[in-house]
Write a protein that binds this ligand. Sequence first.
Ligand SMILES: Cc1cc2nc3c(=O)[nH]c(=O)nc-3n(C[C@H](O)[C@H](O)[C@H](O)COP(=O)(O)OP(=O)(O)OC[C@H]3O[C@@H](n4cnc5c(N)ncnc54)[C@H](O)[C@@H]3O)c2cc1C
Length: 288
Amino acid sequence: MISSLEILIPKNLNEALSLLVERKNNCRIIAGGTDVVPGLQQGSNRFANSELLIDINRIPEIKSITQTREKISIGGAETFSDMLQNQIVKEELPLLWKACSTIGSVQIRNRATIAGNFVNNAPCADTVPALLVYNATIEVESLSSKKEISIGEFLTGPYKTKLNKDEIVTRINIPIPSKEFRGDFYKLGRRRAVAISRITLAVLTKTQNHMIDEIRIASGAVTPIGIRFSDLEKLAKGKYADDKFLKLLSQKLGEQILNVTGLRWSSEYKLPVVQQMFYQLLKEIEHG
Ligand SMILES: Cc1cc2nc3c(=O)[nH]c(=O)nc-3n(C[C@H](O)[C@H](O)[C@H](O)COP(=O)(O)OP(=O)(O)OC[C@H]3O[C@@H](n4cnc5c(N)ncnc54)[C@H](O)[C@@H]3O)c2cc1C
């Protein structure tokens, strides 16, 4: 049961940031509430001492999707349903669009927001692998500062980020990938819908006549937090993407994941699955 809570609804960003400073001890931001409310109900330690919720849903500055020549900028409080209906996200960022489409149910997607997804930094946050391969940067504001850091830097450990208590994630900025990039996002859960991810992978590649010019590889859920595999990306650069090499790359991904996680009870099942999933993804991207 949730004990009594105060909820305040600021009308603009400045008001929200001021509240975070004035009421810093026991306050918490709430956006869609799809993590916060179940967490409070279950008495999760992550939400202990929350006495005031600051609802950021009515703040116009963090609720839009814009495009310039170089980048797409998504407000932190954009819901997954808003993103799925947005043509810019659908056409320019298909991996992120696909990741959003796999989240929860319609009811969850109508409430849940993009910043809410990665601020907790749960290993199974589905947008993270796509944001990693798109080289997303996170804009964070407090009353006295504004900074922009890469998603990889922002996410520091399981359930840990660089966000300070007086800060709000205002925007997620994504450089528009060149048209030569092709890629895909894959999610494996225990069932098809409303399932926590067991394994997620995102891959973006640019090849010329089957020579790999650039490849970006990220995982989620199977690793303690979403990560990029820069060693593999370097290894693949300039290689001919034939079946033999794609199999080798998939085998090496499994080895790298094992290095990160150590041997677990689930490794025997997950590693062959991750290698096969990755191989299939690469094959479909490369050879259709
Ligand atoms: C039934 C169910 C199914 C789900 N399925 C999935 C799934 O398939 N995949 C998946 O990835 N997740 C899933 N989730 C988890 C959840 O829906 C997502 O993580 C969602 O994106 C959280 O967003 P929210 O706006 O609801 O966050 P909230 O619950 O409002 O907030 C989450 C955290 O982020 C902080 N926060 C939110 N916005 C900001 C901001 N702009 N700046 C700073 N801090 C902020 C809050 O203080 C809180 O700590 C599911 C949840 C439920 C209940």
